[in-house]
Design a protein around this ligand. Structure first.
Ligand code: IMP
Ligand code: MG
Length: 181
């Protein structure tokens, strides 16, 4: 039998502090008609907390959701990302903040940023909770980063492993401990 435990990497308190700091930075840019576009599913918790933090710094953002699916490592063409669910709102002339959980290869966010820019948004910025450095395949930088994350598979605060662990209020790393150990 195998027991699974989760080591806390970023606590609820540490996350809340970074979310508030990111909201401060976003407010400094004085966004106009701000639309937050959250990339489902992994960003839902971060986006919800960021929306509340943006309210606390005096902004009135609206929110939309987009679901994207990536075809994975094997494909290298620009058609590696597919829109599973699109936003309902016209972004023309608006300041858009794309929000995601992790910036890793960057393919998902590069696709999303290009799409929103092509649709005529005034300014497109990107906020991610985590960034895994050294893994970038697409040319993209996040404007706001919660934490630069070690190269380990993380779960919680919206992020999953095989659909599990999204409910955790913190970010953690799964440790498998064999019973014979
Ligand atoms: P990429 O930047 O296009 O490679 O996509 C990054 C996406 O992969 C994230 O939005 C997550 O959905 C997923 N992902 C990458 N690393 C992890 C991890 O450690 N835990 C959970 N999901 C991950
Ligand atoms: Mg994702």
């Amino acid at each position: 039998m195998t027991t699974r435990t989760i080591d806390v990497l970023y606590s609820e308190e540490a996350i809340a502090e970074r979310v508030a700091a990111i909201a401060d930075r976003i407010a400094e840019d004085r966004p106009e008609r701000l639309l937050v576009v959250a990339i489902l599913k992994g960003s839902f918790m971060f986006a919800a907390d960021l929306m509340r933090a943006l309210h606390r710094v005096g902004l009135e953002p609206q929110v939309e959701f987009m679901m994207l699916s990536s075809y994975g490592e094997a494909t290298v063409s620009s058609g590696t990302v597919r829109i599973v669910r699109d936003i309902d709102t016209d972004v023309k002339g608006r300041d858009v903040l794309i929000v995601d959980d992790i910036l890793e290869s960057g393919r998902t966010l590069a696709f999303a940023r290009r799409l929103i820019a092509e649709r005529g948004a005034s300014r497109v910025k990107v906020a991610v909770l985590l960034e895994k450095p050294g893994k970038r395949k697409a040319e993209i930088q996040a404007d706001h980063v919660g934490f630069v994350c070690p190269d380990e598979f993380v779960v919680g605060y919206g992020m999953d492993a095989a659909h599990a662990w999204r409910q955790l209020p913190f970010v953690g790393v799964i440790k498998d401990a064999g019973s014979g150990a």
